[in-house]
Design a protein around this ligand. Structure first.
Ligand code: 16G
Ligand code: ZN
Length: 533
């Protein structure tokens, strides 16, 4: 049975703020760092129950608020294969987080244990980590109290990136099996990625140096480490690596800044030279944006859609060159935010699916392909190779040296890519591999297709829950009549497209619009926003 006395004693030290309601959303729990103490304690216990339910498999807990302002923090759970928490448990998490008192929390735990038939005699194992946020240390202590209260085994992975924590979870749970994912240490991760990278670029002329904007977050630490492993195979020049000065995390820098403002971080203005490539990580290093300045110094953004196009085309070529195009099917998963230009380009070459926003939707849809490439326009994405495909790459007998080379490249890609979740570091190395193979400059990559001008605006509404969508968030079903009005507006714009959806992370409604010309995209976005308001 549950150690009720110990849980109550420690729960009393982490009381829930009376006025607040927490919700486990797309990105876990996320709000001001100062109000998350009780949530952290309870998440420690929840993670232990999830582990017990899965027969003692290790569950991950990541303390981060990604690209949000420094004062925010958050927490999300990672399932045994390194994936996002199973959707049904999001609801359990929300219930536990909102129990008003220690007693009602314990009651809620008892109900959960009974309903889910959790065998409490099973072991519970948890690995946890945090990003560089100042509130992280205290929140991890609260989490550790939860882990202690239920008698689970906890392993502290320290301050690291979200994707490294996902990697560690999978590595631990596959240790000693035929699916072994890698050594379960940060060093193991660095070794795995750098070894694959070196093999993939062997013999290719070395690329010009790449500027890396670390958003003053934990990515700076990962970049500093990978540089040690890469030697002279790739020149990285890190910027915005200050993880100690208060207030600078994600400030006017990082992948989200670049995507939402469609601008170069001001701190790179005197750094990035015309023709040179740069990229930005977000605060926990699971999103990546590329960009370059053209000869006239004009900024060009290469977002998640451009990364998907680049990577998918490369993989398709390799699959063909390996003689596997009849056996291995490559597909793409996007969301409604994917630029219309990218969808047109990709759909003429590959199967493309559109799913609702959020990594779990993309990930699950990508698993349906032999090789599933998924990227959100915001720069979060990865490539998944099915177990059967992995096996084919390992066992297929090539009939020519060219086939053998292509097959080796594919095998090395399965090692280079973090298949648990989007990973800025791994994705950056992947992009660099493709650019090296193709001898592409930023401009050549950019010219794969032309982005339609687009605008994203957020609208504060009284109640975002009245906005309900269908067709992968591309159409509104409620409030009644609104979609017809949007359709009526969109029809007046050449290549016009617009949609409205409630945010899963903020109390706002988002409006996206695109059209053939910049002023039209802006106008359409503002007029649709006017309908919503
Ligand atoms: C979270 C999601 C991201 C999504 C974004 C949408 C994960 C790891 N991250 O950051 O995939 O694009 O939320 O936010 O799932 P929104 O619902 O506020 O537009
Ligand atoms: Zn992030």
């Amino acid at each position: 049975s549950l150690p009720v006395e110990l849980i109550r004693k420690l729960a009393d030290q982490h009381p829930k703020p009376a006025s607040l309601r927490f919700q486990y959303g797309t990105a876990g729990f996320r709000t001001l760092g100062t109000v998350l103490d009780s949530v952290m304690f309870r998440v420690g216990i929840l993670a232990a129950l999830r582990s017990k339910r899965l027969d003692g498999k290790t569950i991950g807990v990541m303390v981060t608020a990604s690209h949000n302002p420094e004062a925010d923090n958050g927490v999300k759970l990672v399932d045994p294969r390194g994936e996002m928490l199973e959707a049904a448990w999001e609801g359990h998490a929300t219930i536990l987080a909102n129990a008003p008192s220690s007693d009602s929390f314990i009651d809620a735990l008892q109900i959960l244990v009974k309903n889910l038939k959790i065998d409490l005699s099973k072991p519970a194992r948890i690995i946890y980590a945090r990003d560089t946020r100042p509130s992280g240390g205290a929140l991890v202590s609260a989490l550790e109290d939860g882990i202690k209260a239920i008698g689970a085994e906890g392993r502290n992975a320290g301050v690291t990136t979200t994707p490294i924590l996902h990697y560690l979870v999978r590595a631990i749970n596959t240790k000693g099996t035929k699916d072994e994912y890698g050594e379960d240490s940060e060093e193991g991760y660095m070794k795995k990625l750098s070894t694959a990278f070196k093999k993939l670029v062997a013999g290719k002329p070395s690329s010009p140096p790449l500027i890396v904007d670390c958003a003053n977050g934990v990515g700076a630490q990962a970049i500093a480490e990978i540089i040690q492993y890469l030697g002279d195979t790739l020149q990285l020049i890190p910027h915005n690596t200050d993880t100690t000065t208060p207030g600078v995390l994600n400030h006017a820098s990082g992948a989200d800044f670049v995507k939402t403002t469609q601008k170069l971080p001001p701190s790179l203005a005197s750094v990035l030279k015309p023709g040179q490539r740069g990229c930005s990580f977000d605060g926990d290093a699971d999103r990546l944006m590329y960009y370059y300045l053209d000869d006239r110094g004009q900024f060009h953004m290469l977002d998640g859609d451009k990364i998907a196009a680049l990577v998918a085309a490369f993989i398709v070529e390799l699959v063909k060159a390996a003689g596997l195009e009849e056996i291995v099917r490559v597909g793409i998963v996007q969301t409604a935010y994917a630029n219309g230009g990218s969808t047109k380009y990709l759909a003429s070459r590959l199967p493309v699916r559109c799913v609702p926003t959020g990594v779990k939707h993309l990930h699950h849809a990508a698993e349906k392909y032999d090789v599933g490439v998924y990227f959100e326009a915001n720069g979060h994405g990865t490539v998944l190779f099915s177990p059967e495909t992995d096996e084919i790459f390992r066992t297929h007998q090539p009939s020519t040296p060219a086939q053998s080379t292509a097959l080796n490249h594919l095998l090395n890609l399965t090692q280079l890519i973090n298949q648990t979740v989007g990973d800025a570091l791994s994705d950056m190395l992947l992009v660099e591999v493709v650019l090296a193979h193709k001898s592409y400059s930023g401009a050549e990559w950019d010219s794969l297709y032309v982005d339609l001008p687009n605008r994203l605006v957020k609208v504060v509404v009284v109640d975002r829950n009245i906005f309900r969508t269908e067709d992968a968030e591309r159409r509104l079903v409620s409030p009644p009549g609104l979609q017809a009005k949007i359709d009526e507006l969109v029809r007046r714009y050449e290549a016009g497209r617009a949609f409205v959806r409630p945010s899963g992370t903020e109390d706002v409604v988002r409006v996206y619009a695109e059209a053939m010309l910049r002023p039209q995209a802006d106008e359409l976005a503002y007029r649709v926003a006017g309908l919503v308001y």
